[in-house]
Design a protein around this ligand. Structure first.
Ligand code: FES
Ligand code: FES
Length: 936
């Protein structure tokens, strides 16, 4: 089935068709001659013609570096190199790094130091670093940053990658292999890491059936319009090789959406569009034919309409609503009310308030959406469809595709590819229904790879928000009231807007004990890009508000900003805004105490620096430094609604253990964490584990990889599965419950009893025994005032940042970040640190540079994300305030890692300059304007 052929995102512009010619070069130390178009991209030559899919494609524009290879020993973006330029030269790809089956030292260091998360940037990073280490065996950190500067990573925050490159010179190349019972807490290497560092991992664009057709989507150029499709018959005749043109009428049930009550998005628009980039028509056929069609030749007549672009316009209701289900354009309202806010505000001696706005933020995962679908008859003679694609949620994909095709859920088989980053953006279906409709209708395999601009134009974003709040405290600094109002622009379709509107009010008063809270939100439809799930579901936006206002109050009463937070930090035994009494594992207090010594030093450093600067250059000139602190909390898992996970584990007759792991690893590490947990519950070493991951035919439903839930929820299921299998094995051996079990090859032993596993009967899956675990976090519904238990547990964190601000240019440089996170228990400290680094990098991007503007920043050149040189040293403090409900006490850290970073940076800017930035990103022009405004 696997034809390892990817077609790039368009060839280098060639003008007239070129004649193929022979090109001879050395590829991974082997002589090689190809007969191809000399203008073909080297990246496409490697992938399409030579099957070396280890070289990845993130943009085909020289912006991401995922395609980096060595050309005569020097790193180059192979998407910018024409095949003819390889003539007579040496090309090395990631497939050429391991020699004689042995990984290079750099590959080993990447594994040992957790340098690969999703792994899509890893080949490019390895090639760039190999170039450096060949020239300089013991580089400095800044030399490493310079060498890696052309390769983007959206997951790691670069620190583990830099650490791995530096570790080569020190010979620190191996991760521990813990014995039985010691996997939890160990820094084992990522169990799916080998494929990532060798280039053998298969992402959505890396595999498809032989002869698969290609699907290309024609999208709306308008934000709001009606349209009429013309004569498709003659259009097809004009384009031989174009086999079909799909329209709305080809989709059996032309609607989808996250929530059962809001199926508001069509697979293909039916007569009108609601945002620029909406899918209108799908062209299906041979690659060259489909890609050669000029969009102006597609028979669509447009009638543009005046769009509704912002929340204010949507709420004014001057134009017809976007959806019949929301006559006032409000998708949903969120509400949490506790105590008497109005009275508390009147009585409070100290009140502050502010209005804050945020921008659209793009996920910018390096892997654009890609995959294929094929219709097939299974062994029972059932007519089915299989979809291989990048996804964060295979079971939701299965159910939604079944609904769209009007099939039974069992007729849909989802096989998740490796996923090159998600961050919430791959929780929504994108290519899946289009591929499914095409493959089902044509009964031919069909594949699709989104271009970078298409990915950015058409998929979901972080909600832009407009938020106003008032916070109050007493004379001792104890918070007495929070009053929060937030509007979240959910764009053209609902996506996860309901979740954002419901999660934000719960978190809007921050991780503090506040007796009186009123938090109201609205998710509002507009003709903007669809806003959906993005690491934190709205909480990163609302955290900017409460952390700015806490600084105000601390200043009003003359208290140190960390001490003010320490005084108010919610503790076990206190109740949240929803009236939930926290029973345990509320470690914010400890996080702040861990930060305190470094915070005191950083504050002094900034003051000393600024005093010197003032003396040297006077006011409003030169750089100034500041330190800013921010705290966060985050409910782990879904808000209120059921959130179950089921995990199975089997003992094979070979003596290996097979984990049936339905949790998709999007780079966050669940494919390592869950075996670590299960191994200790079972009592066998984790290195005996193999896994089946995410396949809906082979695993049970472990729920989606989002809401920081997999460690807590699926971790518990993995633990219970391990315990259940252990119980069966003990019974099989006839030994007591506390007996130590061991495996010697295929011999199972305990207390002198030995069983040859191959002598036992196996089940249909080849297991001699299996265990299954299930966990659904206990929550209760919220009442009309939002009172109840929305989450079983919460993650807590405090971070502080030191910044330097150029007063004349408005440029902000982050000098360091300290991050203290209460994760309950660090199942794998390396991965916890990696998540925190990655979250901080995304938070830094949100604070200072990331702003998506549809039609203007639909690429990785104009849409800026942090590079290796942007990320400062990060000191991680892991706090383990064990969660009694968690597997070995663990909670989750994926989203908490990002949430406090932007507010900490903004508060540091204010400390440095005295200026409060109320709109993110704090780009140099905005910072400069705010400084000037204040000086007037
Ligand atoms: S794919 Fe070549 S730089 Fe992005
Ligand atoms: S590990 Fe670098 S982009 Fe995912």
């Amino acid at each position: 089935m696997n034809d390892p052929v990817h077609r790039g995102m368009g060839a280098i512009d060639q003008g007239a068709a070129m004649v193929a010619q022979n090109i001879a070069f050395t590829l991974n130390q082997v002589a090689c001659t190809v007969n191809v178009d000399p203008a073909m991209r080297l990246s496409d030559l490697l992938r399409d013609q030579l099957g070396l899919t280890g070289t990845k494609i993130g943009c085909s524009a020289g912006d991401c570096g995922a395609c980096t290879v060595l050309l005569d020993g020097h790193q180059v973006c192979s998407c910018l190199v024409a095949a003819a330029q390889a003539e007579g030269r040496g090309v090395v790809t990631i497939e050429g790094l391991a020699q004689g089956g042995r990984l290079s030292e750099l590959q080993r260091a990447f594994l040992a130091h957790g340098a690969a998360q999703c792994g899509i940037c890893t080949p490019g990073m390895l090639m760039a670093a190999t170039d450096l280490l060949t020239r300089k065996s013991d580089p400095s950190e800044s030399q490493v940053c310079d060498a890696l500067g052309g390769v983007l990573c959206r997951c790691t925050g670069y620190r583990k990658i830099i650490e791995a490159v530096l570790a080569v010179a020190r010979g620190e190349l191996d991760a521990p292999q813990p014995p039985a019972g010691a996997a939890v807490g160990s820094r084992i290497a990522k169990l799916d890491g080998l494929a990532k560092v060798t280039g053998s991992e298969r992402y959505g664009a890396d595999a498809a059936p032989v002869g698969a057709l290609w699907l290309r989507v024609v999208r709306s150029p308008h934000e709001r319009a009606t349209f009429r499709i013309g004569d498709l018959q003659s259009f097809k005749q004009r384009h031989p090789g174009l086999l079909d043109v799909l329209t709305a009428s080809d989709v059996p049930e032309n609607s989808f959406g996250i929530f059962p009550q809001v199926k508001d998005q069509p697979v293909l628009a039916d007569g009108h569009v609601r945002f620029r980039g909406e899918a209108v028509i799908a062209l299906v056929g041979e690659y060259e034919s489909v890609m050669a069609i000029h969009e102006a030749d597609v028979p669509i007549e447009w009638q543009p309409q005046e769009p509704i672009l912002d929340v204010e316009g949507a709420l004014r209701g001057a134009r017809p609503p976007l959806h019949a289900l929301a006559p006032d354009n409000v998708l949903i309202r969120g509400r949490v009310v506790k105590g008497n806010v109005d009275e508390a505000l009147v009585q409070a001696p100290h009140v502050t308030q502010g209005t804050f706005t945020t921008s659209l933020v793009e996920h910018a995962y390096i892997e654009p959406e890609a995959g294929y679908a094929e219709r097939f008859m299974d062994e029972q003679g059932r007519d089915r469809i299989r979809i291989f694609a990048c996804t964060q949620t295979p079971y939701m994909d299965r159910d939604e595709v079944a609904r769209i095709l009007k099939l039974n859920q069992g007729q849909v088989h989802i096989v998740p590819s490796a996923i090159g980053g998600g961050f919430g953006g791959k929780l929504d279906i994108a290519i899946q229904p289009l591929l499914a409709v095409a493959a089902w209708k044509l009964d031919r395999p069909v594949r699709c790879v989104y271009t970078r601009p298409e990915s950015m134009l058409s998929t979901t974003k972080r909600h832009p928000a407009k938020m106003h709040a008032r916070f109050a405290c007493d004379d001792q600094g104890r918070l007495t009231a929070t009053d929060f109002l937030g509007d979240f622009n959910t764009g053209a379709y609902a996506s996860w807007g309901n979740t954002v509107a419901n999660r934000v009010p719960i978190h809007a008063s921050g991780p503090y004990f506040v007796p009186n809270v009123r938090a109201l939100t609205r998710a509002v439809y507009t003709n903007g890009p669809i806003a959906g799930a993005f690491r934190g579901f709205g909480v990163p936006q609302s955290t900017i508000v409460h952390e700015a206002l806490l600084d105000d109050l601390a200043e009003q009463i003359g208290m140190d900003r960390l001490e003010f937070r320490l005084l108010n930090a919610i503790r076990a035994g206190q109740s949240t805004a929803t009236g939930q009494v926290l029973r345990a594992s509320a470690g914010l207090h400890e996080c702040l105490l861990h930060l305190k010594p470094a915070w005191v030093e950083a504050s002094k450093r900034a003051a000393g620096f600024n005093a010197r600067q003032e003396g040297l250059v006077g006011p409003l000139r030169g750089p100034r430094r500041g330190a800013g602190i921010a705290c966060m909390w985050y409910g782990i898992g879904n808000t209120v609604i059921a959130n179950p996970s089921t995990i199975r584990v089997g003992l094979r007759e070979s003596g290996r253990v097979l984990l049936y792991n339905g949790a998709v690893d999007i780079g966050q590490g669940s494919s390592t964490i869950l075996p670590q947990i299960c191994a200790d519950a079972l009592g066998l070493p984790v290195h005996l584990f193999d896994q089946v991951m995410g396949d809906t035919d082979l695993t049970a439903d472990a729920g989606k990889s989002s809401a920081s839930r997999q460690t807590f929820v699926s971790g518990n299921a993995a633990r219970f599965a391990g315990e259940a299998l252990r119980k069966k094995l003990l019974a099989m051996l006839g030994v007591p419950a506390d007996a130590e079990i061991t495996l010697d090859g295929d011999v199972l032993m305990a207390q002198g009893v030995r069983v040859h596993l191959c002598s036992l009967a196996t089940d249909a899956e080849g297991n001699v025994a299996t265990g299954e675990g299930y966990f659904d976090p206990p929550t209760t519904p919220l009442d009309a005032d939002g009172q109840g238990v929305p989450y079983a547990t919460y993650g807590f964190a405090a971070q502080f940042a030191e910044v330097e601000v150029d007063l004349e240019l408005g440029i902000v440089k982050v000098l360091s970040v300290h991050a203290a996170h209460d994760v309950g228990r660090a199942i794998n400290p390396t991965q916890v640190e990696g998540q925190i680094h990655g979250g901080i990098a995304q938070g830094l991007g949100m604070a200072l540079m990331e702003e998506y503007i549809s039609g203007k920043t639909d690429n990785l050149h104009d849409y800026l994300i942090p590079t290796a040189g942007d990320i400062p040293p990060i000191t991680v403090h892991i706090i383990e305030d064990a969660e009694p409900l968690g597997p070995y006490g663990a909670k989750g850290v994926g989203e908490p890692a990002l949430i406090p970073t932007a507010p900490a940076i903004l508060n540091a800017i204010r400390h440095a300059t005295g200026v409060r930035i109320t709109h993110v990103p704090a780009t140099p022009d905005r910072v400069r304007a705010a400084i000037l405004e204040q000086s007037r």
